[in-house]
Design a protein around this ligand. Sequence first.
Ligand code: C2E
Ligand code: MG
Ligand code: MG
Length: 652
Amino acid sequence: MLELLEASQTHIMIGCSVISLLLMFFTTSLQFHSIGKKYALLKMEAGVAVLVICDALARFYRADVIPMKLWVIETVYFFMFAMILIDECFFNEYLVSLFMSTRKFDRIPNRLALGFILPLIGLVPLILNPFTKLYFYFNEANRYVRGPFFALSFVVPVITLFIQISFVANYRSLVKRKIYIAILIHGSSPVICGITQVFVPSLSLLNLSVWVSGVILFWLALTDQNDELAKAARTEFQTGLPNAYGYTCEVDKIILRGNIIEYNAYYFDIVRMSLLNNKYGRRIGDEILYKYAHAIQDFLERDEIVGRLGGNYFVALVKKKNTEKFLEYLSGVPVEVEFNNKTEKIKVAAVAGAYEIKTKNISSGRIMGNTSAAVSYAKNIAKKPVVFMDDRLEDEFKKLRLLEEKTRKGIGRKEFEPYYQPKVNTQAGVMTGAEALVRWKKDGRTIPPLEFVPVMERNGSICDLDFYVLDYVCRDIKEWMERGIEPVPVSVNFSRRNLGNEEFATKITETVEKYGIPRKLIQIEITETLDEYPMSLMAKVVEELRSAGMSVAIDDFGTGSSSIMLLKKVKFDVMKIDKFFVDLDNESDKQLLSNIITMADNLGIGVIAEGVEEAHTVNTLSEMGCFDIQGYYFDKPLEKNDFEKKLINKRY
Ligand code: C2E
Ligand code: MG
Ligand code: MG
């Protein structure tokens, strides 16, 4: 058997080299996840190809039979020895790119640096061999003979391999098992064969074993590459968390295992991320997202999952026993950032929709759907940080869907109409404006906006309603003008959901133009909350409206979160102070209100107080310099006919 192997080795080696070259060409055409790994593998392949070609040539050479120039065969032997060392460098390069891509090291680890240095040192005695004849030489008959220190030529490669393998074994948790095994084979088989070769000279399997282990490593690296590409498809690139697809795959696995009922599912949205972006800038904003994602990942147990769907949206599957702990953590995840050379500690909060999984027969799609419905309910309707989707809520959802359907039809059937609430200037005692407040006339009932506006905000149909109201108001103003009733500027409420519409300002001017009424008779009211839209977008829209000749008011001032900053960044014409602020009646609150009025004055912004019900509030506000008032004290929102009567006279 051994003899047969010995006899056919030349052919085997030629075959090996051909396979190596073919593999190389195959590799060049492949797409690699890490380009560093691709080139390291290619070099290894080329290295072993040269090694086995040299081996074949060496075996082919018979000094007495084949007249081959001695210097050629000496070079061949030199390369045979050298390629072992050079290949070790390439193998080391592969290890470096493998471990550096885990992002656990910020520079090349010492042991891997030695993996480059030692083989290079090992080359020195080899280069000197023609003079020293320590490793090998050719005798008088031109035949190859091992030198006295032949065994030494294995010492450097073996030490290097030991160092490399000890490093890999140390960090084996960072690499996949199959790669780990391939590295072990690649590292140990040449050592075993090399040592055997020293003691059993007829058994020269070293080069063959280098080739075989090289191919194994290469092949496993290729399949690992496949896994990596598949993993990339499941990973969200910015945070490295599973993306929607990856998360669904993980959830499916748990469903298949049959223990999904041990979990609660969550869908959560970071609160006021746009404010953080405004304050710290985009780059730090991204860093916050990254750190937030990893803080949550570290917080979870091994068999719990968190994923990022994109934007500020995350999903998680957390054991039921950890519910309280998790929700507590989610209410303020600690994140640290470097800002202006200082470390700032922020607590990042989220609104969450939760779903308690009670049946094994559930799909990941249904889990996702339930949690996403719950988060939307939490944000838009309940206005609570966490909402659990349960039977009661599912019922409510059914009702909401029905309501959504009815409101949509209601717009088509023109069941909505604005009421007008006068705004009064207390110094002059006259009506100076009005606010259009929508009502839904359905089945003989007049339904107030709080019962349907949140639902319509949820599905975006509020935008249609807002333009419907604007159209209505413009028509009424035109009619008053035609009948010789002098109109007052009317403000129309627009939901923040409109800010996402690029055509928003244009559409408003078009509507006003359609009725040919002066633009200054329409004021646009936008509420202050800035959860979803960046301040820059609000600033842009307001600027567009103002340059089109419309005035813009900031509604419900004092109830949102960013009031002062907003005033600095967005130029409004009027600030409407919310009822909540107006009603505060201890001294320090009054002081605050007075300061706000003064500040608005200084910024050149008009002020109007909403929700004023009592005479003494009117007086207090007058003392503070706020003379424009809207509230039940003067009038409730009135039906068009009643409002008209007031409009004719205007005196209060
Ligand atoms: P808002 O724009 O802040 O309107 C002021 C609300 O305060 C109105 O409630 C008004 O009736 C009420 N109000 C006025 N004076 C007093 C007072 O003295 N005491 C009390 N307790 N309340 C007073 P309403 O009409 O129920 O509207 C509620 C909210 O619905 C509005 O708040 C606005 O945000 C929204 N809304 C109304 N119409 C529309 C619309 O056409 N489009 C959009 N997007 N939202 C609308
Ligand atoms: Mg309003
Ligand atoms: Mg308001």
